[in-house]
Design a protein around this ligand. Structure first.
Ligand code: ATP
Ligand code: PRP
Ligand code: NIO
Length: 489
């Protein structure tokens, strides 16, 4: 450790400005005003048609334990100069609010609230950075995994990214997120232990090089490991690697489960076809062809178009680092705040970019599902006191281009938010990870294929109810009037 302050809490896992704002709220006595914040992103990552929400479990862990430790307070006092009165206030601060959230594995689209936080202003403010940090990364990785799975389809994907992940937390929580997105197993043993993810793996080139010959290395591996996948590309895949794997498998017979071979370089389309042919000719029709080497959904799609014969895809760097889009731009915005008379007042942030204007008010989010075909018609954001289920004929219209509209009948309105924290107490039990994965898979069945294609998908509708839209327009007008008054006076 490089300083005298023990890193024993996550409360300082935030941006300095949050603490400075908290101090101002406290100094002005408005720290306990009720506030409603929403977490959402404005643009889907990777040009994808949907995202998969992940991160709730860690959000709950974080909020449950939220407190400033003695060493946090010491640091704030000694190094950053915060005064004793404020520090003694935040010493006892805990998260006491309510949280509504989507379930992990839920499909999520741009501009819809993933989480809604209802808490005293100071608490809701202090947790912003950590919540965004968690949800942005995990949702990004779950979505990347899902994109890859859409292309891979029924074959297996193993996550191999630890060595290339952005440090240890990212490797472990990223591995977990890939499982929610549809990946079958990880090579990260700690993630396996911590989350119950299936762990799997083969061996590296170093083992072949350490034993000099593949023959010796495969035999040695097989001595201690019944399940064997031999890496065959160290010297010459077709002339030495695969023939040696087959020879060792034949020699050992039932003593091992010869599960297959792994290719990690060269022309994967050509080599996988040749490998399949050689394994089949040798009678190992159940042995799998595992491939790795800088793979992602684009390469996989291309390899499939070349007729590659692959059973298992090992994917590292481009999955765990979300290589083609390194960040999800999730934001956390205040939508309602209590005034001095104790009434909740909606609040809006205006922008010259239409998509950046926030939607004010405490809101709910529904997925409108056609009962006849089981497909989602779109998502529908309402004010908190609305229930679209009671409507026979629901008008859904584009929130910006309002003339684009449709009527939906015979639908189910699925409430996408679950109350996960009540008065600071976690009341939600995280389901097993495999269940979250299944949930994501089932949810994908709700979407027409047009929204799921990896290239230029159709835009899924995320609409506002009439009341919600009118409330937004009213708030915009109020701000416009305020700006006019300001300019004229
Ligand atoms: N048939 C193929 N079509 C398209 N891309 C492929 C094909 N085979 C492999 N690739 C991809 O091409 C990239 C580079 O492959 P290449 O064979 O040059 O790997 P390499 O790591 O440079 O090999 P080596 O380890 O032998 O130097 C990798 O991302 C790999 O997944
Ligand atoms: O290519 P990725 O998608 O990132 O998948 C992980 C990579 O990590 C390993 O290579 P590395 O060269 O690190 O070690 P090795 O000696 O085991 O091949 C493995 O062989 C994969 O190629
Ligand atoms: O088990 C493997 O084959 C493996 C694990 C991590 C990275 N590359 C390969």
């Amino acid at each position: 450790m490089s300083t005298k302050f023990a890193d024993d809490s996550l409360a300082l896992h935030t941006d300095l400005y949050q603490i400075n704002m908290a101090e101002s709220y406290w100094a002005d006595g408005i720290q306990n005003r009720k506030a409603v914040f929403e977490l959402f992103f404005r643009r889907l990552p990777f040009g994808n048609g949907y995202a998969i929400f992940a991160g709730l479990e860690r959000v709950l862990d974080y909020l449950k334990d939220f407190h400033f430790s003695e060493s946090d307070l010491e640091y704030l006092r000694e190094e950053l100069g915060y005064k004793e009165d404020f520090l003694s206030y935040i010493k006892d601060l805990r998260f006491t609010g309510d949280v509504y959230s989507m379930k992990e594995g839920e499909l999520v689209f741009a501009n819809e609230p993933i989480l809604r936080i209802e808490a005293p202003l100071i608490e809701a403010q202090l947790i912003e950075s950590a919540l965004l940090n968690i949800v942005n990364y995990q949702t990004l990785i779950a979505t990347k995994a899902s994109r890859i799975k859409q292309v891979v389809k029924d074959e297996i994907v193993m996550e191999f990214g630890t060595r290339r992940a952005h440090e240890m937390d990212a490797a472990v929580w990223g591995a977990r997120a890939t499982i929610i997105g549809g990946v079958e197993a990880t090579s990260n043993v700690r993630a396996g232990k911590r989350f119950g993810i299936p762990v799997a793996g083969t061996h590296a080139h170093s083992m072949i090089q350490a034993y000099k010959s593949e023959y010796e290395a495969f035999h040695s591996y097989a001595k201690r490991h019944k399940d064997c996948v031999f890496l065959v590309d160290t010297y010459n895949t077709l002339k030495i690697g695969i023939p040696t794997a087959i020879k060792v498998a034949k020699e050992l017979g039932d003593k091992i489960n010869f599960n297959g071979i792994r290719l990690d370089s060269g022309d994967i389309a050509f080599l996988s076809k040749e490998a399949r042919r050689m394994l089949d000719e040798a009678g190992f029709t159940d042995a799998k062809v595992v491939v790795s080497n800088d793979l992602d959904e684009y390469t996989i799609l291309n390899l499939k178009s070349q007729g590659a014969k692959v059973d298992i895809w090992g994917i590292g760097t481009k999955l765990i680092t979300a290589y083609d889009q390194p960040a999800l731009g999730g934001v956390y915005k205040i939508v309602s705040i209590e005034n001095e008379s104790g009434e909740m007042v909606d609040t809006i942030k205006i922008s010259s970019t239409t998509e950046k204007v926030t939607t004010p008010g405490r809101k709910k989010l529904y997925r409108i599902i056609d009962r006849e075909n089981g497909k989602a018609e779109g998502d529908y954001i309402t004010m908190h006191d609305e229930d679209p289920s009671s409507e026979k004929r629901l008008k859904m219209f584009h929130p910006v281009h309002t003339f684009i509209s449709k009527f939906v009948t015979n639908f189910e309105a699925k409430d996408l938010h679950v109350k996960v924290i009540e008065d600071g107490t976690v009341i939600y039990k995280n389901p097993p990870l495999q269940e979250m994965r299944e949930y994501a898979k089932e949810n994908l069945n709700l979407l027409w294929d047009e929204y799921k294609r990896s290239l230029n998908p159709e835009e899924y509708p995320v609409d506002l109810s009439q009341k919600c839209w009118e409330n937004k327009m009213r708030n915009i007008e109020e701000v416009q009037e305020m700006v006019e008054d300001f300019i004229n006076n």
